[in-house]
Design a protein around this ligand. Structure first.
Ligand code: MF3
Ligand code: CO
Length: 255
């Protein structure tokens, strides 16, 4: 069931989204060569306490996962696409890191991700991240009342495919509200003018993922969570939680 949120609910989601954005910025600023993924998760945990918000990810246990999620960040390095579990591995110069973070305040969630280069990254890695961000922006711009879900999906897909990138089959965004994952699923590929009619008050996470080689294939790693490319090619991932309003889309996960 796709829920339409009241103005009061969206205001609480905006608060949660602001905290998500602030913590994401802090984690991005701390991500440097030699810093471990665990260090970044520890930082996010500490900031959650300071800001009085709760993790959306920690202990989250969807039916597809063998174990509850054990961290507050998803940190996906290079060929990891999404849902990488932080460990004691140090970041290295040239790594491409996706940082995905969700938090809730008074039971309302925000979910956002960005991709950042560690130290100095090569030009193709920067382009991969930039195009993924452009796909997110295009998806957000299509989130208008009167449009349909397929308009968002098509906008995302058009940017990713025009650049020659792969998109992991089946992965996409989702509704957000009193649960991190609500209906509808927001595919990263679709046909314009098709699917659910978009209405003011809907809150969606839009999250494009791109694979450098052009392959759409992905695999689940042995930790039961990390989704990686099959050919070792690098991936990028960007995400915002947005609200559809009569004045256009509003980014809830902005500082
Ligand atoms: N943004 C990710 C998603 O919507 C967050 C996953 S959280 C996890 O899939 F807890 F499931 F890892
Ligand atoms: Co999400």
């Amino acid at each position: 069931m796709v829920l339409v949120k009241s103005a009061a609910e969206l205001a609480t989601m905006r608060e949660a989204g602001r905290v998500v954005a602030q913590i994401l910025q802090a984690v991005r600023a701390a991500a440097a060569p030699g810093v471990t993924l665990q260090d970044l998760d520890d930082l996010a945990r500490q900031l959650l306490v300071e800001k009085g918000a709760k993790s959306s990810f920690l202990h989250y246990h969807p039916s597809f996962a063998p174990i509850p999620y054990p961290a507050v960040l998803c940190l996906s390095v290079n060929d990891a696409i999404v849902h990488g579990i932080p460990d004691t591995r140090p970041l290295a110069d040239g790594d491409l890191l996706s940082i995905d973070f969700g938090a809730h305040i008074d039971g309302y969630h925000g979910d956002s991700a960005l991709t950042v280069g560690i130290g100095t990254i090569d030009e193709p890695a920067q382009r991969l991240s930039d195009v993924c961000k452009q796909a997110l922006d295009a998806g957000i711009a299509a989130a208008l009342p009167g449009n349909r879900l397929g308009d968002i999906s098509h906008a995302v897909q058009s940017v990713c495919r025009a650049a020659g990138y792969g998109q992991p089959t089946g992965y996409g965004g989702h509704g957000v509200g009193t649960a991190m994952h609500e209906d509808p699923h927001v595919p990263n590929e679709g046909r314009p003018g098709r699917g659910l009619p978009l209405r003011a008050g809907m809150a969606l996470a839009i999250e494009p993922m791109v694979v450098e080689s052009g392959s759409d294939r992905h695999r689940l790693m042995r930790d039961g969570w990390t989704v990686s490319t099959v050919d070792g090619s690098r991936a990028a991932h960007w995400e915002h939680t947005i609200a559809i309003t009569d004045d256009g889309p509003t980014i809830l996960t902005a500082v």
